[in-house]
Write a protein that binds this ligand. Structure first.
Ligand code: GAL
Length: 332
């Protein structure tokens, strides 16, 4: 009996060792490690911080004993030359897949071409390169290993406008017959900024409402810039301002501080809209210091981007475009 036990133990040990050994060797049926390169246009961005953290978290949840993901994530510091170097390095390092949040969509073609030439699958996120007709980008469509994952910014703009349209006074806070607004924009070459600016106002004019643009300034998604622009507009236009539209919540946080400093009251004599649904802004919507925001679903977008990256790693067929819906956020 003892002998049998000893043999069984010995066998268990041998198999145990074999199992351990195979776990660390990629080529003999053990864990396969995929190298994933991720370049983010700028770490210093509220929304992209949530997004990039979720990319890392979600990749971890997909790891198994046999599949690992080695993520190399870099900050492109809002500098296109820096990002081009980072992509060159990813190519030299022979990444198995690249996830790219472009600094400039106008540089899409150069980067897509390089990555495709190196036969590395590519998932573009957040900043959509547009074709000449504002639609599908030639470098993406019909390319079996390139796709874009994002949200249709027209929808977010429309939702901002609809929130104002649906108020009892349709946004005419001072009762002069027009919706006098200030627009605070993201970076000018970003379709998210262009479409949100256009479609927020379109939702009002489509409803037959009169609008008047008092000021339209570039805040580059930045809280401090949003604060400066709102501060100056409130000083210049005072009670004439009915609505401050911000292309994102970061800038709306800055505008909210300027509104408070000017002694104005959101919901009583002025309205304030953002996009992203940052936690701080959802709180403000609920306590009445912001009129509304629009959920930019960083969880849905990051998970879709990672899922499609995994499909590409597995050699599965993909679509060229993946869209995640925005959701209106008003006081609960
Ligand atoms: C937008 C987002 C902004 C900013 C921008 C960066 O979708 O609403 O807050 O993160 O992306 O490209």
């Amino acid at each position: 009996m003892r002998k049998i036990l000893a043999v069984v133990l010995a066998l268990v040990m041998v198999f145990g060792l074999v199992a351990c050994g195979s776990g660390s060797s990629g080529s003999t049926g053990g864990a396969k490690t995929y190298k994933v390169g991720v370049a983010i246009y700028q770490y210093n961005d509220n929304f992209m911080t949530l997004y990039r953290q979720e990319i890392e978290n979600y990749f971890k949840t997909l790891e198994t004993d046999s599949v690992k993901y080695e993520i190399t994530m870099v900050d492109s510091k809002n500098d296109m030359a820096e990002q081009t170097n980072q992509v060159d390095t990813f190519i030299t390092q022979k990444m198995d897949v690249i996830i790219l949040n472009l600094v400039q969509t106008s540089s899409a073609e150069v980067l897509i071409d390089k990555i495709v030439a190196a036969d590395i699958p590519l998932v573009l996120i957040n900043r959509e390169p547009l074709g000449e007709t504002d639609e599908s980008y030639p470098g993406i469509i019909n390319n079996p290993k390139v796709c874009y994952v994002g949200a249709d910014a027209r929808q977010s703009g429309t939702y901002q406008g609809e929130i104002v349209r649906d108020l009892p006074n349709h946004g005419d806070m001072n009762g002069n017959g027009t919706i006098d607004y200030v627009m605070i924009e993201g970076d000018p070459e970003n379709p998210d900024a262009q479409y949100r600016t256009e479609y927020s106002i379109k939702a009002l004019t489509d409803a037959g409402l009169e609008v008047n643009c008092l000021a339209d300034q570039i805040g580059n998604w930045d809280q401090a810039k949003g604060n400066e622009i709102a501060d100056a507009a409130l000083a210049q236009f005072g009670d004439q301002i009915d609505v401050i539209f911000c292309n994102n919540d970061g800038m709306a946080l800055g505008a909210a501080a300027a509104i408070e400093k000017a002694g104005r009251k959101v919901g009583e004599d002025i309205l304030l809209l953002g996009v992203d649904a940052l936690d701080e802004c959802v709180e403000k919507v609920n306590n009445g210091t912001m009129t509304g925001t629009v959920l930019n679903d960083h969880v849905g977008q990051s998970h879709t981007a990672v899922d499609v990256a995994v499909k590409l790693l597995n050699g599965e067929a993909i679509d060229n475009y993946y869209w995640v819906d925005y959701v209106k956020v008003t006081k609960q």
